[in-house]
Write a protein that binds this ligand. Structure first.
Ligand code: CMX
Length: 142
């Protein structure tokens, strides 16, 4: 049910500084920015220049609050890779299939992710130490 590697997420303390770093040193381009209050993040999606809107992205994640998932991650682990996100066609079906295989999903119901996508997560302790996000893109675009 995985159709693509959607993005790799990096926890950063300062979103603007991280955007500057990745654009200046690696030439990535900002495709999208938003605030997700429920997840407690300010985020940006960056891609290699000239790649289409569905190409794998780098997601920069900065905390809005210390008690958010990213705030806690930064406090414990410092800045760095925080998640690997697989694109799926149906997040509910994917979550159900993985639950049936004995993996713990973080949410009973999918939540809103970037650009009105629907997302759920596999617990990192059940996925080899990697927080795996499942992303079903919004139907009206990426
Ligand atoms: N990757 C790998 N391991 C991780 C991890 C991560 N991102 N976050 C936590 N862990 C590890 C911890 O180090 C800990 O390991 P030890 O027990 O060996 O020390 C274990 O998982 C449990 O950690 P915890 O402190 O009990 O749990 P947290 O309160 O840190 O919560 C998690 C962890 C994954 C449940 C939480 O980060 C979460 O709910 N994540 C999903 C939401 C999210 O990441 N939102 C931001 C991105 C939103 C988006 O992409 O749109």
């Amino acid at each position: 049910f995985v159709t693509a590697i959607d993005h790799v997420g990096i926890a950063v303390p300062d979103l603007d500084a991280a955007i500057a770093f990745h654009t200046e040193h690696f030439g990535l381009e900002v495709a999208h920015e938003e605030v997700n209050e429920e997840q407690g993040i300010r985020e940006a999606m960056l891609r290699a220049p000239g790649t289409a809107g569905t190409a794998t992205a780098i997601q920069l994640l900065a905390p809005l609050r210390d008690d958010s998932a990213i705030g806690k991650f930064l406090a414990k682990s410092g800045p760095g890779l925080q998640q690997l996100a697989y694109r799926v066609s149906d997040v509910d079906a994917a979550a159900a299939a993985l639950r049936a295989q004995g993996l713990r999903l973080l949410y009973d119901e999918a939540k809103r992710g970037t650009s009105n996508s629907r997302v759920n997560f596999v617990h990192p302790k059940d996925a080899g130490g990697v927080l795996v996000e499942l992303v079903e893109p919004a139907k009206d675009g990426h």
